[in-house]
Design a protein. Sequence first.
Length: 124
Amino acid sequence: LKGNGVANEGIVSTKLGLKGIPTIAEELDLIRNLLLLEYTGGKLHIPTISTSKSVELIREAKAKGLKVSCSVSVHHVTLNDSLLEHFDSRYKVAPPLQTEENRVALIKGILDDTIDIITSDHNP
């Protein structure tokens, strides 16, 4: 689903004519991994979630007693995809910056301990 996408699929990517990456791309991977975790009974860390649905899925998994942790990058907590409107390549990150609604959901996930770690998400 990510294909050649370069930004979050939405209003901003459409206005700019950029190929978007749908949020479901992240969420499908997460659902698959959580199902495998439930089946195996192991432990799992999910790095760099970025959507409200991902926060919800992690919250539900923890409520079921699954041994799962997750992280979010500092830029996904502090920035949103509106910054792409100026074609500034500093804001092209993976996963892509999301909408303001997703950013707020990440903050709520930090505050209620759904999200365990805030990272720099540095990938040289």
